[in-house]
Design a protein around this ligand. Structure first.
Ligand code: SF4
Length: 502
């Protein structure tokens, strides 16, 4: 028998809000992912007519977002010559929307405390081999100084789901990141990867001045999701699926989606991501996700399930295909490839359509400064990786300077630009510019200016030489009046000016 109202413990506001907001966006009690419909779409698209594939490519090259049936046709292509056309079109779309720039960032893991039990994750609550810790404000400052020293301007801060990683802790640590400065510069944009929030919590998070808010669904396939997320708040598929709807309602208009490839069929997950993008567009005045991530499942110390157990491991060949098709399906959305991938695959993915990548990444807690008060001094167990405090293994541990140098050799400008959100080019403003192919009008000059800052302040001699040469090549190719203005600003940077942007 329920206790009379006067004897019940008062409900926490978050618990109440969660209960009220959980079903807020369902239609006829159903979420927007229809497993059977996606499977039927893929089955119907087998051996697509080349004309139909080329029609989809043409729409994408005209910067139109594809419909799920068009994307399904591309996903089911078998002919290698048609695949060559798909890859070429993906490169074309990337060039048209974003030009030759690659935005770079670093991940900063704040804690490895988590109350969830995701079977594939080293942070799952039952994993006793993890040494649990949470960075104090002093630790955060040290980590941020180490990242500034390397030349970073943009971070993604990552929190496990735990009462000790509460919203108050998130706000405090993000404020600490922004307040940390040194002669080497400062962090100008903080993106956030955190557990789903209520609308009121999202409103508070927005106030602290975040860039993008990222929640990955991991897998869109309901049954697989249920099996791999057996306990904890994350076991609630619907609460997670609509996290970015609530964020949008809270006023956070740069949101990011993602799936962990290898949990279920990769073709299915691509369509799940596309449905998610379409649903966000439908509900929020055409504003789709700002970025999409597609990490591949990696081994994790203490995980109960991993790549060795999965029948859905994604081969390199299929990974290239999924990058190309995502590029084509949502031309206006940034694509992120991370240091989970080995250097060679990252190179390919960046040329195929990815627009952002991390560098000098370490994901052990306190791993950048290796000098942490709140937990034992992090020790690198394996080439800079700390198996006792990190979530999974990275494949590419190269320093930022090496990545900048490599990209310069490929003709790509490493961009440290953070102007977008600071100039109000977020949400619908960003989407409109991207759909008209105008993002590169801002991105290219800002990439040149921020790369120059990096070259002057942080680069090795060989990277500076390669970077200066690359900047000259791009200046020679752009409209003379703009080139003249940029040359003036580049001279100002040489003389000490910082944070110039368009
Ligand atoms: S994947 Fe995320 S939510 Fe799941 S156990 Fe790991 S840190 Fe926690």
């Amino acid at each position: 028998m329920p206790a009379p109202p006067s004897l019940r413990r008062p409900e926490l506001p978050q618990v109440l809000a969660r209960r009220q907001e959980r079903a807020r966006y369902l239609r006829e009690d159903r979420d927007f992912i229809d497993d059977e419909a996606i499977a039927a779409l893929l089955a119907a698209a087998r051996r697509p007519e080349p004309a139909r594939v080329r029609e989809a490519l043409a729409r994408s090259l005209a910067l139109q977002r594809l419909e799920p049936d068009e994307a399904a046709s591309l996903l089911m292509v078998e002919d290698p010559e048609l695949w060559a056309e798909i890859f070429a079109a993906a490169r074309g779309v990337k060039e048209k929307v974003y030009g030759p720039r690659v935005v770079t960032f670093a991940p900063l893991y704040l804690s490895n405390l988590c109350i969830n039990s995701c079977l594939y994750c080293g942070f799952r609550r039952e994993n006793d081999a993890q040494e649990r810790c949470r960075l104090s404000p002093a630790d955060v400052r040290r980590e941020v100084l180490a990242l500034i020293e390397r030349g970073h301007k943009r971070l993604i801060v990552v929190y496990g789901e735990h009462p000790r990683s509460s919203l108050d802790y998130m706000i405090e640590t993000i404020e600490t990141v922004y307040a940390t400065r040194s002669e080497g510069g400062e962090i100008r944009r903080v993106n956030v990867n955190a557990a789903p929030l209520t609308i009121a919590e999202g409103e508070r998070l927005k106030q602290v001045g975040i860039g993008t808010y990222q929640v990955f669904q991991e897998t869109y396939h309901h049954e697989t999701y249920r099996r791999l997320h057996p306990r904890g708040p994350k076991a609630d598929y619907v609460w997670r699926l609509y996290a970015l709807h609530r964020a949008q309602e809270a006023g956070i208009d740069d949101v990011a989606i993602g799936a962990l490839f290898g949990l279920y069929d990769w073709r299915y997950e691509v369509l799940g991501l596309l449905h998610h993008a379409i649903e966000l567009e439908r509900c929020f005045g055409g504003i789709g996700p700002h970025t999409i991530s597609f990490p591949r499942l990696e081994p994790a110390a203490g995980a109960l399930w991993g790549p060795q157990d999965s029948p859905y491991r994604v081969s390199d060949e299929d990974f290239r295909k999924l990058v190309a098709i995502l590029r084509l399906a949502v031309p206006y959305t940034g694509l992120i490839v991370t240091a989970r991938e080995p250097a060679e695959m990252r190179r390919e993915a960046l040329q195929l359509g990815c627009t952002q990548t991390d560098a000098s990444s370490r994901i052990g807690i306190g791993a950048y400064s290796r000098c942490v008060d709140s937990c034992r001094p992090a020790a690198a167990d394996q080439e800079g990786q700390d198996l006792h405090t990190q979530q999974f293994l990275l494949a590419d541990l190269r320093e930022l300077d090496d990545v900048v140098h490599e990209l310069a050799g490929l003709g790509l400008l490493t961009s440290f630009c953070t102007a977008g959100y600071r100039c109000g080019r977020t949400g619908s403003r960003f989407m409109d510019l991207a759909r008209q192919g105008k993002v590169r009008d801002f991105c290219l000059p800002n990439a040149i200016l921020t790369l120059k800052e990096y070259l002057v302040d942080h680069a090795s001699a060989r990277t500076r030489q390669a970077g200066e040469r690359l900047i000259e090549q791009h200046l020679a190719a752009i409209e003379p009046r703009l080139a003249g203005r940029l040359r003036e600003w580049l001279a100002m940077i040489e003389n000490g000016a910082r944070d110039l942007r368009i």
